[in-house]
Design a protein around this ligand. Structure first.
Ligand code: NAD
Length: 458
């Protein structure tokens, strides 16, 4: 089907008002839920073929999250979409004032490869819940999941409601040249800037879910064993290819040795002596990314792991001690299973490292010292974070998920996802039983009364 025809059919479908039918949306979402659960094994299979993601991680990071988003949306969509009555302004007396949630129209969703099922479908669910039509462009690097998304969406939705268009840079460029009412992009900062430029042509509103160098600060008040357990999970789940994974560690020098020893033990306990044979450890997405990661290890002080197998796109969980702040490893987002460990002795050391980078997407502090972690939360600007664990703020749909500065624009999840995809229309319904003449010309002798009114209601 030709793109212009798809867009035209989506526009017509939108204009027919069908996309706003809450009953229809609930039905379609229930069918999507059934389709996903009926095809659970195919989803496991696709993710395994794409980069050997285990069934557990696929349920945890992909299927489970989508089922929760569907359930929450079906449960709350009626109340999310109702016009919200707000306090009226005395200046407009008499009136009743409302905020209407209005769909934008045609939405383009561009997805990345690292959580190729979840990061494609979560924005799509929010977009249709808000009453939009969607074109979804999955990542070309996860071909099996991309194909499966086509099949799942085609089985559940009419193409004039949701259409999946597969492809890479050329196809995405063509899509970006079209006029959309909203663009939702998840991916790298560099491509985010391309998307923002394309959107600027038509002043199209956007959400950009990007990445960054997420710090993890560890003081000396907690059990290093517990920290190691939670850190190894957060850093090496999905083989480190998670936008909110801790990128580097800043640990108080007094506990660094102990933490490193516990990290090594914990990696072995999670993935065994040879993680390449562990059924739980995924692969790097492709050889291009593997060489990007291995080149980061050149001339660095690898104290654990570091071995790779290009034929298997495999890189061991790796620890690097005291990398130079100017090294390649510390220059850009790692997005792989390498954990650089730096140390600090005072807060000035922390600030000199954290402030070297753009505002990150995630931020982590391990500390039982409330005044210390509160200070960290308040001092630094970042998308979102967790204290005494990593990444779990993502799992609460009542919390916004998104970045700030170079780590992103806008946020979603739960009701915020619905709100992201709806324009908030201000509506005042003026009463006719009274018409205060003050605002009408001629204004002679009215200024003092106007000032009094502003003092009362302004
Ligand atoms: P990417 O930016 O390379 O690709 C994302 C999407 O953009 C893909 O669908 C791809 O086909 C398309 N694309 C790539 N190059 C393009 C170009 N030149 N013009 C137009 N479209 C193009 O990102 P990725 O490699 O898939 O994912 C990794 C990055 O995404 C990391 O930086 C990571 O931090 C970030 N990320 C962010 C989140 C988040 O929720 N904030 C989630 C996952 C990943």
């Amino acid at each position: 089907m030709n793109l212009k025809l798809i867009l035209e059919s989506q526009k017509q479908y939108f204009q027919s008002q069908s996309t706003r039918d809450i009953g229809m949306i609930k039905k379609r979402l229930s069918s999507l839920r059934v389709e996903i659960l009926n095809r659970e094994d195919e989803i496991y299979d696709a993710l395994y073929k794409d980069f050997k993601k285990s069934k557990f991680e696929t349920y945890f990071g992909e299927i489970g999250i989508i089922i929760s988003e569907i359930d929450a949306t079906i449960k709350h969509i009626s109340s999310w979409s109702k016009p919200k009555k707000v306090k009226a302004s005395g200046l407009n007396f008499p009136s009743r004032d409302y905020i209407y949630s209005d769909p934008y129209g045609s939405v383009l969703v561009i997805a990345p490869w690292n959580y190729p099922f979840q990061l494609a479908l979560a924005p799509v669910i929010a977009a249709i819940a808000a009453g939009n039509t969607v074109v979804l462009k999955p990542s070309e690097h996860t071909a099996y999941t991309s194909k499966l998304l086509v099949s799942i969406i085609t089985n559940v939705f009419k193409p004039e409601h949701i259409k999946v268009i597969e492809g890479g840079i050329p196809e995405t460029t063509i899509l970006l040249n079209e006029r959309w009412d909203y663009i939702f992009f998840t991916g790298s900062v560099a491509v985010g800037k391309i998307v923002a430029k394309a959107a600027a042509t038509y002043l199209t509103p956007i959400t950009l879910e990007l990445g960054g160098k997420n710090p993890c600060i560890v003081d000396n008040t907690m059990s290093t064993q517990l920290i190691a357990k939670r850190l190894v999970w957060g850093k090496f789940v999905n083989a480190g290819q998670t936008c909110i994974a801790p990128d580097y560690l800043l640990v108080h020098s007094s506990v660094k040795k102990r933490l490193i020893s516990d990290l090594k033990k914990e990696i072995i306990s999670a993935y065994g002596e040879n993680p390449q044979v562990s059924p739980d450890y995924p692969r790097i997405i492709n050889t291009k990314n593997l060489s990007r990661l291995t080149s980061m290890l050149e001339n660095s002080n690898v104290i654990f792991g570091g071995k790779s197998d290009p034929e298997d796109c495999y890189l061991e969980p790796t620890l690097v001690e005291d990398p130079s702040i100017n090294s390649k490893l510390m220059e850009e987002e790692i997005f792989g299973p390498i954990l650089p460990i730096l140390s600090y002795t005072n807060e000035a050391d922390i600030s000199s490292v954290v402030n070297k980078y753009e505002k990150p997407l995630g931020f982590y502090v391990f500390s039982t010292n409330k005044s210390f972690y509160k200070k960290m939360i308040e001092t630094y600007s970042f998308g979102g974070g967790t204290i005494n664990d990593t990444m779990i703020h993502f799992g609460n749909t009542n919390l916004p998920f998104g970045g700030v500065g170079e780590s992103g624009v806008g946020a979603y999840h739960g009701q915020l996802g619905f709100d992201t995809f709806s324009h908030k229309k201000a509506i005042v319904i003026k009463g006719n039983w009274l018409d205060i003449p003050l605002r009408y010309a001629p204004y002679t002798n009215k200024l003092n009364n106007l000032k009094k009114l502003f003092k009362l209601f302004g």
